[in-house]
Design a protein around this ligand. Structure first.
Ligand code: A2P
Length: 273
């Protein structure tokens, strides 16, 4: 399935499989282990987790047990949003590495520019402090790329003005109707890969009549059109499911949306959230 094996190339030359398997809200233990195994069996080669998800150990074990060579799987994990000190970042990275037990991490992200309990608060200095640790980890070869998540333009400008390595990726909430145009354009202009989490709006798009009508024309599901839309925009989708048939279906997106249908989906901006 080309969608699973095709890659984006990040600014440092690292290849990243074009679709990732998201594991947010998948509980640790059997659920995360089984879902990761099913995804790998279905051909996914890119798994996205986070220390805050609590499921890194299950994800790591599933990858180790899968029989897929480690260097064929791309693993992303994240520094908890609450941690804004250098010492905290160093110890959280070690904890994630221990949990995953997969050797070098492929992509390490700052989970958010602010703690979840205080969205929008100013942590410019803390983000710079933490990013300098990310640069150390990258230079030391402990992670093959570094990036951010939930960063908007001012958050990115702060890092670019005060640190050396431009983030390789920015993972943001991105789906039909919520395309974060300013951040996505900034990412593109600075060669930062945009990754989209919740490409189905955590299920919110599934009943959308306009998308359903378009999906019917291609004999595809709403989920498949929603995921394909990100690929058409060069945004890396991270669909999440614990249902084996859906995990497989979400990767069957090797079709092309017409310019007219993309325009119709663009016109849903602001209506789906
Ligand atoms: P489930 O895990 O029970 O399969 P998002 O990727 O935007 O976060 O959306 C995830 C939600 O969408 C989950 O509730 C998941 O349910 C559901 N979902 C994922 N893929 C599909 C699909 N192909 N068809 C219907 N629902 C899906």
């Amino acid at each position: 399935m080309p969608a699973l094996t095709d890659t984006f190339t990040m600014s440092n030359g690292l290849h990243i499989p074009r679709i990732g398997f998201g594991t947010w809200q998948i509980p640790s233990g059997a659920e995360a282990y089984d879902a990761t195994k099913v995804a790998l069996d279905a051909g996914y080669r890119h798994i996205d987790t986070a220390l805050a998800y609590g499921n890194e150990a299950s994800v790591g074990k599933a990858v180790r047990d899968s029989g897929v060579p480690r260097d064929e799987v791309f693993i992303t994990t994240k520094l908890p949003a609450e941690i804004k000190t250098a010492a905290g970042a160093r110890s959280a990275f070690e904890e994630s590495s221990r949990n995953l037990d997969l050797g070098v991490v492929d992509l390490y992200l700052i989970h958010a520019p602010w703690p979840w309990s205080a969205i929008g608060t100013d942590h410019r200095e803390g983000n710079v402090e933490v990013w300098k640790v990310f640069e150390e980890l990258y230079d030391a070869g402990k992670t093959r790329s570094i990036g951010v998540s939930n960063f908007e333009v001012p958050d990115l400008e702060n890092l670019l003005a005060n640190t050396d390595v431009v983030p390789h990726a920015n993972q943001i909430r991105w789906f039909i109707g919520n395309t974060q145009d300013a951040t996505t354009a900034f990412d593109r202009d600075h060669d930062i890969l945009t990754e989209g989490y919740s490409p189905l709006a955590t299920g919110g798009l599934l009943e959308n009549a306009e998308i359903r009508d378009i999906a019917a024309k291609y004999d595809k599901s709403v989920a498949q059109v929603a995921i394909r839309y990100l690929l058409e925009k060069d945004v890396l989708p991270l669909p999440k499911s614990t249902t084996p048939s859906r995990i497989a279906q979400n990767a069957e997106v090797d079709f092309v949306l017409s310019a007219e249908d993309i325009a119709a989906l663009d016109a849903l901006e602001g209506t789906t959230d």
